[in-house]
Design a protein around this ligand. Structure first.
Ligand code: GAL
Length: 683
């Protein structure tokens, strides 16, 4: 871990998002004093404040933030400064409309909200280079500044780009990738429906097509192109900042949004990735699902995704008030204890820095209902008191800093397949079910797990720490990735794959091999026939020993290949009734499991139980399903986080003596966690 002034493995810190430009300057000093008194020692500023640095083209002025930074320094407040590129000013977009993004019909997305720009406009890139260079040259040396945030939430609100500049850049991206048009035509299968291109100028970013069905292989490249555009844009800024950053200053951005390869962005441009965590989205009336057992606990899925990029990370915006725009997304105010619960949820997953969104609630604009710690009046309130209490709690848990979340189970992911599901209906159908079920089952069975991103340069080492890996529906599978999976299993790993594996190549074209293609030998499985689950046959059931579970969404007929291949489950209904539904192949020292459906909730649970990975900490702790368990480890100590997401108390049992991190008492036996309560126990 780089030795930065925040997130350096030595301490856990709190901060807050602040908008000096929203308030009368007479409030600044008092605000900073009150933040510091509440334990908030870092502020993030300036991400939407371009006009305060460049109020007119080429006119740079630094007084406003100089004044704020000097005050921050005087008060002892650290500052994360942002590049302001998420909101280009009106003078810029009016004079150079080419910097704007467009919708698919080519209508420009106009000034007036935010993120209205496109990444590929050479004019915009020049303006951004200049404002980043000017800001960095002027502010990076300031002793109050400890780090930089690039832009704000790349791809938030809009993750598709259709401007003229995007089309030009898309052609360049494709030329670099394919070299010759013939190669592109082949990769995209353009002979189908006479889509063949004879000139690069005929290629565009997606446009309106009949029945909304563009060429799928083009779409896969388009998503790759968007990611490439964001990563290049981030890197352009990071390269400039690095020239000016002081020793120990860091570069970050706040995620996580679609069509971005964060692993690449992390490698190229970031010291650490941060996340904006708003667990109460699940309580917006439009999203609310009374039957959803997880609700705000679902944020743990995003936190696990974040950890796949930054094992130790920060939360740039942690919910501290009701969320809501005046036009959408309205949720209730956090109940007493919930700010603490969500803060600890983030820390439980690996956060060493938590910055609340925001200090005061804005009294104007779209976000008047997106509350911060303080309401409009700024009076002391119970949320501020809770934040102060969190600070006191964190003071007692500093030994956890730099500890790492530990998991023996992983879910393999890769961007080719993630992006393929955005267009491909079958792939999306099976993947949505399985990702949801696996996450839920792992949560409810208290199994810490990681998302593990397969990248092209991955080696066995990155996988071998996992006892079990799920790779639910790797439709796109390359020979290189298949070899890596073989190495993992041969070395003793257990790999679980589901239907629709291995039937596409890297361009998303179907292979002509016997399925599951490149993992046929590894899985010891042949798939002679398949069908979408017929609506009049669902739920299609399978049986493993005496346990029945659903084979969801899709239905593959399986046959074992070779002596090492054993049928573990058979279908008990559907058109392949009595045929194998699950095959286990012994391969080297490990086992590969191939299942002919998608993992429904009950199936996911059965797999965890049968593979012996349910409740891995049951010898030391018992807790109800409604509580989440995570484990961070450092220096031979384990820190068990127990998070109760319900308003009602939860009964837990500590089977062995453990130290309560906040009271230092050694505890064992039955305990009651209050509603929204958190326990952190050292083992
Ligand atoms: C985040 C964003 C903030 C603020 C907040 C509430 O997505 O980064 O600027 O808009 O949501 O809407």
């Amino acid at each position: 871990m780089k030795n930065t002034r925040l997130i350096n493995g030595n301490h856990i810190d709190l901060g807050v998002c602040y908008y000096p430009e929203h308030w009368d300057k007479s409030l600044w000093a008092e605000d900073l004093d009150r933040m510091l008194a509440a334990g908030l020692k870092t502020v993030r500023i300036a991400e939407f404040a371009w006009s305060l640095i460049e109020p007119g083209e080429g006119q740079y002025t630094y007084e406003f933030f100089d004044e704020f930074l000097d005050l921050a320094l005087k008060k002892g407040m650290q500052v994360i400064f942002c590049t302001p590129t998420a909101t280009p000013p009106a003078w810029l977009t009016e004079k150079y409309p080419e910097v704007l993004n467009a919708d698919m019909e080519g209508h420009l997305i106009r000034h007036g909200a935010r993120r209205h720009y496109n990444y590929n406009s050479p004019v915009y890139q020049e303006f951004c280079k200049k404002i980043v260079e000017k800001s960095a040259a002027h502010y990076a040396g300031h002793p109050a500044v400890v780090g930089w945030q690039l832009d704000n939430e790349f791809n938030c609100e809009n993750d598709r780009f259709y401007s003229e500049s995007d089309t030009i850049a898309f052609r360049k991206f494709l030329k670099e990738k394919y070299g010759a048009l013939e190669t592109l035509n082949l990769a995209w299968g353009t002979v189908f429906w006479n889509q063949t291109y004879t000139d690069w100028a005929q290629i565009h970013v997606p446009r309106k097509t009949n029945s909304g069905s563009p060429n799928p292989h083009m779409m896969l490249d388009y998503f790759r192109f968007i990611s490439d555009s964001v990563c290049r844009f981030a890197r352009m800024q990071a390269d400039i900042l690095r020239k000016y950053c002081k020793e120990g200053d860091f570069i970050t951005t706040n995620g996580m949004f679609a069509n971005i390869d964060y692993q690449r962005m992390g490698r190229e441009s970031l010291d650490v990735l941060m996340y904006d965590s708003y667990p109460n989205f699940s309580y917006c009336p439009d999203n609310y699902d009374a039957g959803d057992i997880l609700k705000d606990r679902r944020s743990s899925r995003s936190l696990a995704e974040l950890r796949a990029v930054s094992p130790t990370f920060g939360i740039m915006e942690q919910q501290s008030g009701a969320n809501g725009w005046n036009t959408s997304m309205d949720a209730p105010t956090p109940r007493p204890g919930q700010i603490t619960l969500w803060t600890m949820q983030s820390i439980a997953h690996g956060a060493d820095y938590i910055s609340y969104f925001r200090w005061r609630t804005c009294t104007f604009g779209t976000e008047i209902y997106w509350h911060g710690i303080l309401d409009y009046s700024g009076r002391d309130n119970r949320r501020l008191r809770e934040v102060r209490e969190i600070f006191d709690k964190i003071a007692k848990m500093q030994e956890l800093a730099g500890s790492l979340y530990r998991a023996k189970v992983g879910i393999l992911r890769d961007y080719d397949n993630i992006w393929d599901t955005q267009l491909d209906k079958w792939h999306r159908r099976v993947d949505t079910v399985s990702q949801e079920s696996l996450f839920t089952a792992l949560q409810l069975a208290h199994v810490p797990f990681d998302y593990v991103y397969l990248e092209n340069h991955d080696t066995l080492e990155s996988l071998s720490q996992y006892q079990v890996l799920f790779y639910p529906h790797a439709s796109i599978l390359t020979p290189e990735r298949a070899r890596l999976l073989e190495q993992y299993v041969a070395a003793g790993g257990q790999l679980v794959m589901g239907c629709r594996t291995g039937y596409k190549d890297i361009n998303g074209k179907c292979v002509m091999e016997y399925l599951p293609g490149v993992v046929r030998e590894l899985t010891g499985t042949d798939v002679p026939e398949y069908s979408l689950a017929a609506p009049d046959e669902v739920p299609i059931m399978a049986e493993w020993d005496d346990v029945r579970f659903e084979s969801a969404a899709f239905n593959e007929l399986l046959a074992p290949l070779g002596e090492q291949s054993q049928v573990l489950a058979t279908y008990t209904s559907g058109c392949y009734k009595d045929a194998p539904a699950l095959i286990c192949n012994s391969f080297g020292r490990g086992k590969a499991y191939y299942f002919g459906g998608a993992f429904a909730a009950d199936a996911a649970k059965v797999f965890l139980e049968k593979l012996g990975i349910s409740e891995p900490y049951s010898d030391v702790i018992r807790l109800p399903q409604s509580c989440e368990l995570t484990v961070r480890e450092k220096d031979n100590s384990k820190y068990l986080f127990v998070l109760n997401y319900l308003a009602q108390p939860a009964e837990i049992v500590l089977h062995v003596p453990m130290q309560d991190i906040w009271t230092s008492e050694t505890l064992s036996g039955p305990r009651t966690l209050e509603g929204y309560g958190v326990g952190i126990y050292k083992l």
